[in-house]
Design a protein around this ligand. Structure first.
Ligand SMILES: *Cc1c(COP(=O)(O)O)cnc(C)c1O
Length: 379
């Protein structure tokens, strides 16, 4: 089945009781049982909910995986993966990634005795060099937030397998339309469904997709024991979002390309970080493992003062100044003070995330209107 058909039909079957074409929002906490221990497979909604199950099935289908699990947020999905580990276990993570992931690792899990090392994942040799006898998990984000760096998923997966280490890929920036890490050998795919999957800036949610049934059982156990499950209304919204993911992503890619080239040729812009440029260091790998380059990018102004960045950030009219990404509307963000403020300044600067870096989530509005907005704001 081709992508467009799959995105529309994934996970959804007519409701067995009425034939409703859309999976109903089963807003219930419990299910009446026929006799003690005799039920229809549904006992309590933290463990089972038909709306959530439809979405979990859809997530698995669109990531080419066997099992999906959804959580109350992206970080709750990440939290579940780290809870597979024990004190003393080590995780190798990227040195450029979502600030909230870094915060969860350093501020929550380090105190439980899990160790994290952060490496530049643009070169798989760096990951290989960081592996020790205690390494249990490699956590990679590609493209990275916000510098758009690329990790070679297939090469990392091969190295992870050779060392008996799990590989989890945060696929939020690419979405399942542009990249499918399980096909490249990853063990777990993680998404902040808040972003492209939901697509309309109206829901917080996370998901995991896996192929291995034992790993799925462990993660399901964590999901129901820790309880970070999304409500059925949120599951419905993401199910609906998935139906238009392919159409939205096509436009995000087109608009992203237009805006990236526009910015690059603008006299006030010093550097644009977008993985679709042929001279981007990860371009060849991005071409190999992605079907397009998406609508996320960052840039720096020639005037690298904080004031110049602040002036631009408060001058756009269509690009709204806000955290988050992946919605139909365009957003502009200042990672140093917003999405990545939880990373210490020296760490940020060392890894190339400057105080003047500006991140765009290019939406699906008319590209000329978007260019006009940036033009007036840069002026
Ligand atoms: C937003 C985001 C997360 C966290 O997801 P939430 O839904 O906000 O909890 C994780 N990774 C990336 C790349 C993100 O952009």
């Amino acid at each position: 089945m081709k992508a467009a058909t799959r995105f529309i039909h994934a996970g959804v079957e007519p409701d067995p009781s009425t034939g409703a074409i859309m999976t109903p929002i089963y807003q219930t906490s419990t299910y009446v049982q026929q006799a003690p221990g005799k039920n229809k497979g549904y006992e309590y909604a933290r463990s089972q909910n038909p709306t959530r199950f439809a979405l979990e099935k859809a997530m698995a289908e669109i990531e080419n995986g066997k099992y999906g699990l959804v959580f109350s947020s992206g970080v709750a999905a990440t939290d579940a993966v780290i809870k597979l580990l024990q004190p003393g276990d080590e995780v190798i993570a990227g040195n450029d990634m979502y600030g909230g992931t870094y915060r969860l690792f350093t501020k929550v899990f380090e105190k439980f005795g899990i160790k994290f090392s952060y490496v530049n994942m643009q070169d798989v040799a760096n990951i290989n060099a960081a592996i020790t006898a205690n390494t249990k998990l490699i956590w990679t984000e590609t493209p990275t937030n916000p510098l758009m760096n690329i990790t070679d998923i297939a090469a990392t997966a091969e190295m992870a397998k050779a060392n008996n280490v799990l590989l989890c890929v945060d696929n939020t920036f690419a979405s399942p339309y542009l990249q499918n890490p399980l096909d490249l050998g990853a063990d777990i795919v993680m998404h902040s469904a808040t972003k492209y999957l939901g697509g309309h800036s109206d829901v917080i949610q996370g998901s995991l997709v896996i192929n291995d049934s034992a790993l799925r059982d462990q993660l399901y156990f964590i999901q129901k024991s820790c309880g970070a499950v999304p409500g059925p209304q949120d599951c419905f919204l993401v199910l609906r979002g998935i139906k238009t993911l392919h159409v939205r992503m096509q436009r995000h890619c087109e608009n992203g390309e237009t805006i990236a080239h526009f910015l690059r040729s603008h006299p006030k812009v010093a550097k644009v970080y977008w993985c679709g440029f042929e001279d981007h260091p990860g371009y060849a790998i991005a071409r190999k493992q992605m079907r397009g380059f998406g609508g996320m990018m960052s840039f720096e102004l020639k005037d690298d003062s904080k004031e110049a960045a602040e002036k631009l950030l408060s001058s756009t009219r269509l690009f709204a100044l806000a955290e988050s990404l992946g919605g139909v509307e365009s957003l502009i963000n200042h990672p140093a003070t917003m999405t990545h403020a939880s990373i210490p300044r020296e760490e940020r600067i060392k890894n190339g995330l400057s105080d003047s870096l500006i991140r765009l989530s290019v939406g699906i509005e008319d590209a000329e209107d978007l260019m006009e907005d940036l033009q007036q704001a840069l002026g």
